[in-house]
Unconditional design. Sequence first.
Length: 404
Amino acid sequence: MRKWWSPFKKVWKFIVLLLLLLLTFSYAMFQGGFVSWFLFYSFLPFAIYSFALSFYSLSGIEVIRNIEKSTYNAGEPLRVMVTVKRRSSFPLFYLFIADQLDDILMNTHQQKKTKVLILPGFKKEFSFDYVIDKLPRGEHLFHSFTLKTGDLLGLIEKEVSYPIENKVIVYPAYTDLLYRPFENPFDQGMTASRERVQRDTSMAVGIRDYQPGDRFSWINWKASAKRNEIMTKEFEQRQSHDVFLVMDCVPDKRFEAIVSFTASMQRAVLKKGARMGLLTVSDQRSFYPLGGGEKQQQLLLFHLAKIRAKANASFDKVLETEGLFVQQTVSFLLVTTQLTKSLIEKASFLGQRKGKITLFLIKGEKEAPTSAELSLIAMANARGVRVIMVHEGDYAAAFSEVNF
């Protein structure tokens, strides 16, 4: 209905402007005298400007959005500089400019609003800026600009939209952790190992395809020449430090804490020299096989930046239905905010085949465990599932000691 009425509305306002001009002129002609002619000549400049504005096009305006960088970390401020350039110096009484952001950014706190009212006059170039104080995690889009102007009488209005898109990736906030690999069941004890991931490079037991993170000295040049692809030596490992992490994506108020802790852990694990894989089941299943190095880190961070808590199945159902847990010599780490009997049973069953399973239970900053959770932790301990309680904002304590 609005689209149908819009062109008629513009024509109607133009007709009203003509009628007003004719009325004031007729009044001056028939009435005569100083007052009537003063009224006509006083109205004449406004009418002329309105007529001129009706033929002025906003499409000749160039709008530039300048963002310093395309990647940020959650909680960082973002400053946007907007520059407007006009081809002509046609006087504009006002210019309303609105930067159209996605809904998440629009609801965040801003030092200056994304909508401004400027009095450009004869200026051909002017600018303004605004700052989003704390960026939320995610992939955010800046869609377009909306420009509006009009005359003093409010009869002639101009509006145009410029589809100028920018995109920023906001990675989850992270904490620098000192990762201490937990010993596997074929090692003695259940404490956290402080040693860096090591391979016994004095004895090569085979060859395999090159993987990111392999050292240059491990390349088997003879095998690489025969197969026409890079092959590396496979060394005997003293113990497995490969880590596979499964993250709970069920909607929860502490989901951002889960993502932040997962991001902190993957940085710490990869920095330690180990390989890491990740599984998330949200609105869709995302599986990242074991890998190491900077490339794997960026791949996981990019995924964690966009992940949303939209899982339909509970975390224990994910453990029950996934078939990837047949891998050997991998430490499984589970991250969740909800500890249930069914989850412990599934983790215990997995632990019978894979060895010790570590479950990180994310709690609020000063949130104490409930009596039901304490009972479940005791049951998990009895069934061989290691439970580590992690409080939001104190992720470094996760590897300071093993607690049940």
